[in-house]
Design a protein around this ligand. Structure first.
Ligand SMILES: [Zn+2]
Length: 110
């Protein structure tokens, strides 16, 4: 996964190539999104959309390439304090790195 593609902002100002104050922000949002998992991307876009207010979902959809419905869903999840969302990422139980203590025990056995 050395080759992470960063989404190019599709908002009219960025596409038109004009220098505008939010260009860097839009790029940074997409940069962050490229490193987040699916639900985290949704929440970040939702947060930025909330800051924009009216029309935020549409704008963030242009910036991030996420569907406006996805961003709206992210806002709803944020509004609900992420109650229904698992706290442990997308990883399956037992997957990924073993806890540090376990690792130490294992290596001392060798
Ligand atoms: Zn833009």
């Amino acid at each position: 996964m050395a080759d992470i593609t960063i989404h190019q902002c599709q908002c009219s100002a960025c596409v038109g190539g004009e220098e505008h104050p939010d260009r860097h922000l839009h790029h940074t949002i997409n940069l962050l999104l490229s490193r987040l998992n699916e639900q985290q991307r949704r929440w970040l876009a939702a947060l930025e959309s909330q800051k924009v207010g009216h029309g935020g979902d549409k704008l963030l959809s242009e910036i991030t390439g996420l569907h406006p419905d996805t961003i709206r869903r992210g806002r709803e999840e944020l509004d609900a304090d992420l109650q229904d969302r698992p706290t442990d990422r997308i990883r399956k139980p037992g997957g990924g790195r073993p806890p540090l203590s376990k690792k130490i025990r294992n290596s001392s056995r060798r």
